[in-house]
Write a protein that binds this ligand. Structure first.
Ligand SMILES: NC(=O)c1ccc[n+]([C@@H]2O[C@H](COP(=O)([O-])OP(=O)(O)OC[C@H]3O[C@@H](n4cnc5c(N)ncnc54)[C@H](O)[C@@H]3O)[C@@H](O)[C@H]2O)c1
Length: 417
């Protein structure tokens, strides 16, 4: 298989993850890097052996050089997806594009149109579609082992400290600088549910709000920063406990600690908590995204799905129950328990390779499997290796926007057929 050359756009957490998988697999080589942060850019250039004249301070400068690679990894922040994706697609690059495609529908449509018009492969990083667990579950459904799918109950247990890290103190805490949490966190879940059903719902309703990480819930005497706080030890959301406990654990140093600081000692971490956003009291931040939300979906044939996303859980694999006309599946993100109504027999499948659910663990094997599928699809031209395409990704994002409309207007939203 020919080696795929890659331009890395955004050498942050996610971009580096995909680039490392690509290089480690032997199927890809990073030949250009666009990254405004000089330290990140230099680190990526050194790690991947990129020629100095192929290192750029941003995607616009990279694009000005024309087509520098077969494909581009676009892993900039949520609001910076449309412009690089459209420009690089127009130059003929295949795209591995981080989710969400964009923070609004018009920009997502622009990206899908650019992919179509240029005939490029567009893989939106819905990594959950690619895990061994999902592959096994999808096979169970598609082989008809539980009959016709009538209802699904799905939980995304975000995790109390993950909520505090990403959605209260971190990058995805505000709708005006990022997007609603259903899009930034659970476009994965909506996309995954549509993958299982094989179609989009006809109607959606949704409820949810920010109910806890607010000034009204601040404990008496709490300080603005955990390092100064007299009640920090009794707070489950203590930044001191969360980040100091990462030291010495390679997976947690890689995520979430590396988002907070490059330091790997106590003094350095405390310094970051004293000055940076991740040391703030969770009841004294400028966050406005929800901390719990439900989405109800109805499909054209009457099948239903209820989805819950909640901060108030351990951070764990998603949990799902699928109810069919002739069988039932209960999945805990690791194993699948299948019950056959005709025989009453139960079977347990254990498709997972032991990978945990978080970014530090590679999202249950999904990061690696998606990278492999993308590189092989680019090298061979076999589009079927990708479990989704521009049109399907756009359709699943549209369901998210419809659900947000339903939540914010208190209505049931009907989707276009
Ligand atoms: N698929 C998943 O499971 C998953 C998980 C987490 C995050 N994400 C998504 O991945 C994306 C990146 O998240 P992250 O955590 O890696 O963020 P990050 O902030 O670590 O990385 C983004 C990088 O883009 C760089 N950048 C900014 N402007 C640029 C420009 N003009 N040209 C090139 N690079 C530029 C930044 O300097 C930064 O290094 C986001 O859209 C996020 O929502 C996806």
């Amino acid at each position: 298989m020919p080696e795929v050359t890659l331009a890395l756009v955004g050498a942050g957490q996610r971009g580096m993850t995909y680039a490392r998988h690509a290089v480690a697999s032997g199927a890809g080589r990073v030949t250009a890097v666009a990254e405004p942060d000089p330290a990140r850019r230099a680190a990526a250039v050194a790690e991947f052996g990129v020629a100095p004249d192929r290192a750029y301070p941003g995607w616009a400068e990279l694009a000005a050089a024309g087509r520098t690679a077969d494909a581009a990894i676009v892993a900039t922040q949520d609001r910076q997806h449309r412009d690089p994706a459209v420009r690089l697609a127009d130059l003929g690059h295949h795209l591995l594009l981080e989710k969400p495609m964009a923070t609004n529908e018009a920009e997502a449509v622009d990206i899908a149109d650019a992919a179509e018009r240029n005939g490029i492969l567009l893989a939106v990083c819905h990594v959950l579609r690619y895990t061994p667990y999902t592959e096994a579950l999808k096979r169970v459904v598609d082989e008809g082992r539980i009959g016709r799918l009538i209802s699904v109950e799905h939980l995304e247990p975000v995790g109390w400290w993950h909520q505090a890290h990403s959605f209260v103190r971190g990058n995805w805490r505000r709708q005006d600088t990022s997007a609603p949490m259903l899009l930034t966190k659970s476009c994965h879940d909506v996309d995954w549910l549509m993958h299982l059903f094989g179609r989009a719902p006809a109607r959606v309703a949704s409820f949810g709000s920010l109910s806890h990480f607010r000034a009204a819930d601040r404990p008496a005497g709490a300080a603005a920063r955990c390092v100064d706080c007299p009640v920090e030890q009794s707070c489950p959301y203590s930044a001191k406990r969360l980040y100091l406990d990462c030291l010495g654990d390679p997976a947690r140093e890689s995520w979430p600690l590396s988002v907070v600081t490059d330091a790997r000692d106590k003094a350095g971490v405390l310094q970051a908590l004293r000055t940076g956003p991740y040391g703030r009291c969770v009841y004294d931040c400028d966050n406005d995204v929800v901390d719990h939300q439900v989405v109800s979906m109805e499909f054209a044939d009457g099948a239903t799905c209820s989805f819950t996303m909640s901060a108030f859980t351990p951070m764990d694999h998603r949990k799902t129950r699928l109810m069919g006309t002739t069988g039932f599946v209960e999945g805990d993100g690791s194993t699948l328990r299948i019950v056959d109504f005709l025989t009453g027999r139960e079977q347990v499948l254990d498709p997972l390779t032991g990978a945990g659910p978080s970014a530090g663990d590679g999202h249950g094997g999904g990061d690696e499997a998606l990278t492999d599928a993308f590189l092989t699809a680019v090298a061979t031209g076999d589009r079927d290796l990708l479990h989704t395409d521009a049109a399907r990704s756009l359709a699943s994002h549209r369901v998210v926007w419809a659900a947000e409309r339903a939540r914010t207007t208190g209505t049931v939203v009907t989707l276009q057929g």
